[in-house]
Ligand binder design. Sequence first.
Ligand code: APR
Length: 233
Amino acid sequence: MTRMVVLTGAGISAESGVPTFRGADGLWEGHRVEDVATPEAFETDPDTVLAFYDARRRALPLVEPNSAHRALARLEGAIGDDLLVVTQNVDDLHERAGTGNLVHMHGELLRALCLACGARPVWHDDLIDRPPCPACGERMLRPDVVWFGEMPYELDRIEQAIVVCDMFVSIGTSGSVYPAAGYAALAAAFGARTVELNLEPSDAVVPFDEVRVGPASRHVPEWVEERIAIHRP
Ligand code: APR
């Protein structure tokens, strides 16, 4: 039995047409992070922040999961709960591909967060018009995404899975945002084998045991098929 934690970042959704954050054409190229992805930005200019996330939410139905998302869902089909997928992505491509054992540590575009009552309703519409919260009726909904300076979701569950896993795999993330950026080192410290599948090697603090460089749509299905073959009795 091999317990696995797979951490994914924007790179896994890039070939579906969802822009990554850093680098040429990255989302942060056209925007200053502090203008759209901080609590301070939301306080000073909520319309700009809401419009930014409304545009990203509207783009979601136009993209589809790719072969990398689908491969991870096949892996879960093969090894079940021994796989936990932790994503930094706020898109819904992992769940649309069929992954169920999933943590959205940076929140979800398809949820809103009510600043009045704390509800996190599923949300598919724009927020810019200040719709009422379905739970309490107050018009204080924000995107349920984790901004810089805020605490990511389900950190205890993630860390508990990492310290007991046998293999930690990082896919399509630049490793520049903590705490996710520290997870490979944590897994290694607790004895896991660490693997990176990325378009380019990231600036890992502790080197990965294995690095496969190239597009996720190629490397992830290949790696998954190898794992499923090893798992088969
Ligand atoms: N296949 C594999 N990897 C890819 C591909 C691809 N087709 N395309 C790009 N990549 C890699 C890039 O080389 C880069 O290392 O994906 C990584 C994307 O890095 P970032 O844009 O920094 O995205 P991510 O690591 O997910 O960002 C982390 O930062 O702004 C915050 O909250 C935001 O969750 C996000 C966090």
